[in-house]
Design a protein around this ligand. Sequence first.
Ligand SMILES: CC(C)(COP(=O)(O)OP(=O)(O)OC[C@H]1O[C@@H](n2cnc3c(N)ncnc32)[C@H](O)[C@@H]1OP(=O)(O)O)[C@@H](O)C(=O)NCCC(=O)NCCS
Length: 175
Amino acid sequence: MTSKSVIRETTPGDIAQVLALYPQAFPEEELRPVVSTLLKEGPEVLSLAAFDGNALVAHVLFTICGTEEWDRTGALLAPLGVIPLLQRRGLGSSLVRAGLERLERRGIKQVFVLGDPAYYQRFGFSPERQVLAPYPIPEEWVDAWRSMTLAAGEPLAAGRLLLPEPWMEPALWGP
Ligand SMILES: CC(C)(COP(=O)(O)OP(=O)(O)OC[C@H]1O[C@@H](n2cnc3c(N)ncnc32)[C@H](O)[C@@H]1OP(=O)(O)O)[C@@H](O)C(=O)NCCC(=O)NCCS
């Protein structure tokens, strides 16, 4: 975390800066459509960003989800991005931790991620076998599908994770 950064939930006025961040953090992936739709069209999300003054320098999105229609006590962490100049200074970790705290206060029980095991294990994410991703995870990524149970929570019922429509795109779940 840089000394100047402040973390807060994003507002509609921040969307342009959020969308400008992702091509910098992920030059080879196109995440703007899914992020834009989730931020503009109202599925329940938690969108947090770190700002240096007015400049958005890091962002994380959590999408509320569950394995059964009526149970919306899970969240998917994706994506997470930090501008290249400020990577490896704790911004990503601070955003993840701030998000987990807020989700816990909202009654979320379990958080899922498809991401680098070496990075996400530091927060307590471990390999997930009971709850399946919306699409089969390629064999070489199987260890990257992870979850953690928040302090107050029980794990969700086993099954396939039910996510809002913007996530129902196989390309978002494979190489
Ligand atoms: C990955 C990313 C979100 C991490 O955020 P960050 O603010 O740069 O990283 P932090 O300062 O929180 O954490 C730094 C630690 O994570 C490690 N780390 C950083 N990026 C990593 C990665 N892609 N894989 C594994 N470890 C990573 C660093 O080695 C460092 O470890 P250390 O504390 O043991 O020295 C950020 O670097 C980024 O946006 N990268 C490009 C996009 C990307 O790959 N996102 C993946 C998330 S789905």
